[in-house]
Every structure is written in C-alpha cells, then in structure tokens.
Design a protein around this ligand. Structure first.
Ligand code: AMP
Length: 421
C-alpha cells in the first residue's frame, strides 16, 4: 500500500520551499527592524492552556483542536495558535519580573481541524508578533505598522485594515447583554451554533458564517457603543496615531475576532491580491490573558498572519519557479579524477562554495546534462590528465569562457565568488 499524507497536511517540496525560506527571511528582517526577538515554543501544550486562554466557547477550541491523551492520560493538544503558548512561556520563565516588557515574534506550524480548501489547511503556518507589558495605544499602532511594513516589503497591494475596539471585560459584559437583547426575538430562527453561542458568549455570534443568521447580525449593535471612558479614549488615541502615520483603516463595529482573549483594539488586514480567503492577518490586545494564564496583571498586543496565503501570492506573481543554482559542478572521468573531485569538493565546500558531482556512475554526457539542470555557474572536468597535471579548465557556464586553473581549493576560490548563502 502506498501511503499518502494526512488530509489537510501537505508536503512543501523543494521548489516551493525556496519561497518559504525567502518569506521567513523577510519576516525576520522586518521583525528585527521593529526590535522583536524570536521565541520558539513547543508544538504541543496542555489542552487547558487553550481551553482557558482562547475560550471554551470558541470554534477553535470547540471544533478544531487536535487533542489526545498522552501515555499517562494527560490531555495534550497540538497548538492551534501561538499567542497562548508565548504568554505561557512569558509567565513560566519569569519574564514578568526580570524584564516585563517583551517584544517577541514566532514563525511555525499550527494545527486546526478545519475543512481544507485553497489557502486553508489543517497544518498551516503562522508568523506573529506579541508585545507584552504596556497599555500604551502607540504599541497597538506599532504592531499594526509592523504588519503593514511586512506587506509593503512583500509587495502586496490592495490592503485594507478593519479596526474595532471591543473594550475591557466590564464592557464585554454590557455588550453581551446588549447582543442578547438584540438576538432574543430571533434566536429560535438562527443556526444551532448560534443558539449555543447565545448562552455561552453572544460575541461569537458575530463571527457566524451561516447564511440564515446574517440578516440578524447585520443590524446588531456595535461594540463601540458599549465602551467605558478609558477604553473609548484608548480607541480614539489608536485612531489618531494611525491617521498620523497615514495608515488607512475602516472601523467595523462588528469585528470581534474568533478568540475570547481579545480586549480593546482588534484588527484584521485583508488584501485584494488574495481572492476568496482574503484575510492576511488578524490580531489585537489581550490585556487579561497573562493573568488568566496565571501571571500578574499584564497587558499585551499582537497579531498572527497566515503564511500559505502569502506563498500563493508570491508564487502566482513569479511565473517561473525561483531559480536554484549551485556554484560549481565537478564532472568526473575515471578513478583518479573522481578521487581528486572528492578531495576538491570537500575543500571548496569548507570555503563556502556550493559544489556537487555525480554519485551514480553516469556518462560524461549525462553529467553535463545534470550540471545544466542544476544551473551550475561553473564547471570543471576532472579526469586522468587533470589528476596528473593538477591543472584544469574552469568553464563559466553563462559566458562559455574557459580559464586554466591550478587544482587546489585555494586557487579555485580565487576565480569564483560564492553565491551569497
Ligand atoms: P487567527 O489565528 O484565526 O486569528 O488567524 C490569523 C490568520 O491565520 C488568518 O488571517 C489566516 O491568514 C491564517 N489562518 C488561520 N487559519 C488558517 C488555516 N486553517 N489555513 C491557513 N491559514 C489560516
């Protein structure tokens, strides 16, 4: 029986992996510009971290988690997102006292049991930033501006930023009551999920995608009508600062985001370049999460973005597969040539050159074909003559130009500038 990968979990093959490497490098570059440092939490956490942190009433926790018992019967979960893990690490490693203000970023796979479709899979990848330890609205704006800079760097157009404030825990309570009052006359006609959400957390009704619920959602009250003075001031300041930076946004009073930990600012960035699954990234403040996870009362703000969608756009934009080149291919003829090639390749690789040679006993012609396929920049034929004279002809493939070279790693390095790593 031939095995297949698990549904919704894809292999990233070498041609595509080149795009991933480049995307990751760009994310790291922009994170560095804003002084965010990388954190790499594990992929598996105690289930309770997510059920408490993200919220038991959310779709992510309710329907989408890969949860399993370990051999001792403890319930573990493959992380569906990374904010809860980052905050757990922040608390666990005593950052709360050592250096409570932290700007962190991560890149890695997440797991959600969703219906796989274009740009949506069960193992998918997110990058994200978390700025923990300040209530300053300028930090909300820094995080948004980082997201914007990244999209700009990647050349993504047609961006639009949806923004809202859902206020603090006390505001949520008032807003929930207002939503219950609004939905009460209609709830019997709404979907089963919404009927459950009505009791658990009516904010989640606003995320419902079911057609039958949309007319009731459309005229629901907005969250900004229920903000306390502090939260309203915070939101005003965020908008002022965005205006100052020239970052356009649209306030969407129904934007609540699918996870329970959000407070105050929430936002989503979409791109016209993306098509149906147009959400590039989403985030917001989570001023109660550190405390919920067992740390001191510490605010935070961040976002997470999907990488599969960015890769789709990057791939579509470049018609050709990204070129994979090596510096030098050594064509070998006979045992002496091969011994010399093994020796030289070892030395040259040590000097930073990417070098390859044949390992399948192929003919001269087939080795030449292989060199072309690998887009080798230079070629060197090594046979008995070369092994004896310790001299060879280095051919630059693009120009066809040949130069004589003494066959030592040192001499060859004088002729070839390595491609940057
Ligand atoms: P969330 O963590 O749900 O706020 O999602 C943040 C971003 O991650 C979304 O805007 C998407 O770009 C991406 N994303 C979420 N779920 C998936 C998935 N199943 N497959 C691919 N990308 C996803």
């Amino acid at each position: 029986m031939a095995y297949e990968s698990v549904r919704g979990m894809r292999d990233i093959l070498p041609d595509e992996a080149d795009y991933w490497t480049r995307l990751e490098a760009t994310i790291r570059k922009i994170a560095r510009r804003f002084n965010y440092r990388e954190i790499r939490p594990p992929l598996v956490e105690h289930t309770e971290l997510f059920s408490r942190g993200i919220g038991a009433a959310t779709d992510v926790v309710n329907k989408e988690m890969y949860t399993f018992p370990d051999k001792k019967g403890r319930s573990l979960t493959l992380r569906p997102e990374a904010t809860a893990s980052v905050v757990r690490a922040y608390v666990e490693h005593g950052m709360t006292t050592q250096d409570p203000f932290q700007k962190l970023y991560y890149i890695g796979p997440m797991f959600r049991y969703e219906k796989p479709q274009k740009g949506r899979s069960r193992q998918f990848h997110q990058y994200g930033v978390e700025a923990i330890g300040s209530l300053d609205p300028s930090l909300d704006v820094e995080v948004i501006s980082l997201a914007w800079s990244l999209m700009h760097e990647l050349g993504l157009g047609g961006l639009s930023l949806r923004l809202n404030s859902i206020g603090c825990a006390a505001d949520h309570e008032r807003y929930r009551e207002a939503l219950r009052a609004h939905f009460a006359p209609h709830i019997g006609s709404m979907c089963e999920d919404c009927q459950r959400r009505y009791d658990d957390n009516p904010l989640r009704i606003l995320d419902c995608k079911n057609k039958i619920c949309q007319p009731y959602i459309a005229d629901a009250p907005g969250s900004t009508e229920h903000l306390c003075d502090d939260c309203a001031d915070h939101f005003e300041r965020v908008k002022e600062l965005l205006d100052q930076l020239g970052l356009d946004y649209v306030v969407d009073p129904h934007l609540v985001r699918g996870l329970d930990y959000y407070t105050r600012t929430v936002f989503e960035l979409t791109s016209k370049d993306l098509g149906a699954q147009d959400a590039l990234l989403g985030g917001g403040r989570y001023d109660d999460l550190v405390k919920m996870i067992g740390g001191p009362d510490t605010p935070g703000v961040g976002f997470a973005g999907g990488m599969e969608r960015l890769i789709l756009v990057l791939k579509e934009r470049e018609e050709q597969v990204m070129e994979h080149r090596i510096d030098l291919f050594l064509v070998t003829l006979g045992d002496a040539g091969r011994t010399l090639a093994l020796d030289l390749s070892n030395g040259l690789r040590g000097e930073g050159l990417s070098v390859d040679l044949d390992y399948r006993g192929r003919s001269f012609r087939k080795q030449m074909t292989q060199a072309n396929k690998l887009s080798a920049r230079y070629l060197l034929v090594l046979g008995d003559d070369e092994a004896t004279s310790k001299k060879g002809k280095l051919k630059e493939m693009d120009s066809g130009e040949e130069t004589e070279v003494a066959l030592s790693a040192e001499e060859i390095m004088r002729k070839i500038e390595p491609l940057s790593d």
